[in-house]
Design a binder for this molecule. Structure first.
Ligand code: ADP
Length: 264
């Protein structure tokens, strides 16, 4: 708390009192600290894959003895880390577009099953490496929604990527849905480390990362969920989360495509 103004009250010539204005700057400080953490995290997040890519590329070009198996492995590591870099830069770009309000939507009739299957195969390498089974087959029965497929894909990538990241090897990740009036509610469930209840109300805030040693160990920027929330809200939906020590469930809603929409 800081003292920003003080004004003596001297209407009759004599000092009658003093108006003192204090400002509670804890919110500003908190945001400032989160931003500082964010810049440090982003720099670290960018540096790590770059160092790995450079290291393996140098080994491959140094002319030293490398077996064909080793070279294939090094190249796939390089590929995986360039993909990580691309997604990080993508998140940063999306965030800045969201902040400047320059994102436009391309609403279409979307089959969630096909989209989810695509995302599951995109993350297959990662889930298999951790021995995590990802199941999204249920979504093939979901009614079509009115949404922007690229944006829904981004939402699913973020939620599934988190579910895999914050679940210990051998766990399960499942995508489900429920129809509620004119909405479809999609759920991404994991059997992971869970989120402490004190962190839950703030988990969708920009830069916010749950204060758990285990999630700190995982790379991340705290951007994913705030992007998810923005993208879902832009499409007329909402997000929510439930979590216990046995795992977490993230939910988002989308509007059903009812067949009477006006197509642009
Ligand atoms: P990041 O994963 O880059 O830190 P996110 O915005 O995607 O950022 O997530 C914010 C925080 O929420 C994470 O740091 C983590 O602490 C927590 N979190 C998100 N998803 C999960 C999950 N499925 N299980 C446990 N914790 C999660």
């Amino acid at each position: 708390i800081v003292l920003t103004h003080w004004v003596p009250l001297t209407e009759t010539g004599a000092l009658q009192g003093v108006v003192v204005v204090f400002h509670d700057i804890s919110d500003i400080r908190r945001l400032e600290n989160m931003r500082k953490d964010f810049v440090a995290n982003v720099s670290h997040e960018l540096r790590t894959p770059i160092a790995i890519i450079r290291g393996y590329a140098e080994t491959l070009t140094s002319g030293g003895p490398v077996t064909p198996e080793q070279s294939a492995r090094f190249l796939s590591i390089i590929l995986a880390h360039s993909e990580r870099l691309a997604s990080l830069v993508g998140d940063l770009l999306t965030l800045s577009q969201l902040e400047s309000g320059s994102i436009s939507l391309d609403l279409k009739k979307v089959q969630l099953g096909d989209l989810a299957a695509q995302v599951v195969s995109l993350l297959e390498q990662k889930s298999q490496a951790k021995g995590i089974a990802v199941t999204a087959d249920l979504l093939h029965n979901a009614p079509p929604v009115l949404a922007d497929p690229a944006r829904v894909e981004q939402v699913l990538v973020n939620l599934l990527d988190n579910a895999i990241k914050y679940t210990t090897p051998g766990g399960d990740v499942t995508v489900s849905y429920a129809v509620e009036a004119n909405l479809v509610r999609v759920g991404v469930h994991d059997t992971g480390i869970g989120i402490p209840s004190r962190d839950l109300p703030r988990i969708f805030e920009r830069f916010y990362r749950a204060d758990s040693g285990r999630s700190r160990d995982e790379g991340g920027t705290g951007l994913g969920l705030s992007i998810v929330k923005h993208l879902v809200q832009m499409q007329g939906g909402s997000v929510s989360v439930e979590s216990s020590s046995r795992g977490s469930s993230f939910f988002f809603t989308l509007k059903r495509a009812l067949g009477n929409e006006q197509w642009p």
